[in-house]
Structure formats: structure tokens, C-alpha cells
Design a protein. Sequence first.
Length: 184
Amino acid sequence: MDREGYFYLGRITKAHGLKGAVQVLLEASNPDDYLDLESIFVEHKQRLIPFFIEEFSLQGQNRGIIKFEDLDTIDQAKNYMTSGLYIKEEEMSDEDFDARESMDVIGFIILDKNLGNLGTVSDYYEKVGQDLLAFEYQGQEVLIPIDESIVLDINPDTQTVHTAIPDGLLDIYLSPPTKDEDEN
């Protein structure tokens, strides 16, 4: 099944009540961003089926209850247990779009404006207040903050990340540990 152009929002976990509502587990950065959706796509038998939403409420941080139009009994709801939930990419929140785009950079080549090719992005770390790109440089893992002054451009077409790494940042990773650091 081709999911190009769709964003995985979560999955149905179980029926809720007797009138066709379902409990869902959401994997979105901020589920509140999706409470006003008019419709959602439910994966069923290798196809994405559109359903209109009658009611959508959150139950905690990443769980919710959805009542779909035309799903009126618990037996109907049970047909969709464990089904994935998708929305069109253009309905994604900015936060989820940025997070997905950032995660997609693993394997991209890092090209610094002063130092040239530094290597390939090996990991992406989401940290409170500052996300980081990781790559190996001269045998050491290097972390660079994702900040507009350092990461100048991410080009998915050429699979490159253009950077302007500040003077001295790489030296921190390449310098041998001091005697005090060895003793700790």
C-alpha cells in the first residue's frame, strides 16, 4: 500500500462503548493540534479508507476517543481494531512536519561552508530546548545543534545539510581528554 503523501497519526487500540466509538493511541508531537480534523484515513485491508469524524476528544497526553460517522455499533468498530490512522501531509501540524523532516536527514551529507564535506548524518537527537544532528568526524561522534545560524539549509533533493559550524566546535570533539577528565 502506498502511503506517500500521508502522515501516520497513530492507531486504533480498542472499541469504546457500544455506539461505535474507538480508543486511539496518537504518535503526534502535540495531539491537541488534530482535535479539529473533519476526517481521517483508517488503514483497513491494505487500503486507506476515509472516515468523517463526529467527535474527537483526548484522554490524557497521547490517547483519545474518536466517534466516526457511519460507525454506530461496537461490532462495526471492532472491524478496525489495531488499524493505523493517517491524515494527508498538508494537514500535519508544523511541529510534526518539522520533526519528520528532521528525522529524514539521517544519511544526508553534511557540507560546511568553510570545511567542506564533514561526513554523513548518523543520528538525530530530540533534546529539550535543542535538537542535535550527529555525525562521525575523524573517528569521533560530533553533535551539532540544529539552529538557523549553524544549519543553514536542508536539501532533500540533493540529500545534503549545509552548515556553518562555529570555529572551535569540532576542536572540542577532537581534542584529547585532559588528565582531569581521564580520572573521572
